[in-house]
Write a protein that binds this ligand. Structure first.
Ligand code: SF4
Ligand code: SF4
Ligand code: FES
Length: 235
């Protein structure tokens, strides 16, 4: 295959540039293996990975313009491109700096409590239904691939995007959380979501995470409280 890799070393290069490599393919070769081949045999490339099994999200890159996990993306003969994940500052070649967005996601996942949980609350408030909803969202590795593809995030910059909305939903479903997560979801653009399903399509954990069902449930709960787009504060 001919693999075009977008290269960039901010301390040396004025701007990113493309470099084409010939990579011999084999059956079920992954994009990560193709990049590794280049790195080990042709020219050193900066790229990131850890788990090699869709757990960490660190290998996320753009492959032919679509955000993917390089470790589970199969490659084929022909010409293909690989570039750093769109929308993030490039550290070098295929490695991007996701810290700002990841901090925002981590802050959102923080449980808000007025007082520490009591033993009685722990024993009485968590239902099987709530635990099930939380369990599936916990598959999210915060890779932000869904946010990269999200058209609402592109059209409406104030929209927090699917990876953060998922964090809001997680705490909304958490019976121990005491913040107004519905208000947070609506203020963050719940109604800006176009319900297109692209987040589910690109999410490598979508067998477990059902974004559209989660958005629908948030919208139903928001509607029940009068938190519609025209009335974001419910007043
Ligand atoms: S929902 Fe999926 S695509 Fe989005 S951040 Fe989580 S694991 Fe990544
Ligand atoms: S369904 Fe909503 S959150 Fe998901 S990609 Fe489409 S617009 Fe974005
Ligand atoms: S290396 Fe962890 S998801 Fe690809």
């Amino acid at each position: 295959m001919k693999l075009t890799i977008t290269r960039f070393n901010p301390s040396v290069d004025a701007k990113p540039y493309d470099q084409v490599f010939d990579v011999p393919t084999f059956e079920n070769m992954t994009l990560l293996e193709a990049v590794m081949y280049v790195h080990e045999n042709l020219e050193p490339i900066s790229f990131d990975y850890t788990c090699r099994g869709r757990l960490c999200g660190r290998c996320s890159v753009m492959y032919d313009g679509i955000p993917v996990f390089a470790c589970i993306q199969f490659v084929s003969e022909g010409s293909h491109t690989v570039a750093p994940l769109e929308g993030f500052p490039v550290i070098r070649d295929l490695i991007v700096d996701k810290r700002r967005e990841q901090k925002a996601i981590a802050d959102t996942y923080e449980r808000v409590r007025i007082a520490p949980l009591t033993r009685e609350e722990i024993n009485s408030q968590m239902t099987t239904e709530a635990a099930d909803k939380l369990r599936w969202i916990e598959y999210c590795c915060r890779c932000q691939v869904c946010t990269v593809i999200c058209p609402a995030k592109k059209d409406t910059p104030q929209y927090m995007g699917p990876s953060r909305l998922l964090a809001v939903a997680y705490r909304h479903f958490d019976p121990y959380d005491q913040a107004d997560r519905l208000l947070e979801a609506v203020a963050g653009g719940l109604w800006d979501c176009q319900m297109c399903g692209s987040c589910t399509k690109v999410c490598q954990n979508s067998p477990e995470i059902h974004h559209l069902d989660i958005w629908k449930e948030l919208r139903a709960d928001a509607t029940a409280r009068g938190l519609t787009v025209a009335n974001p504060k419910g007043v």
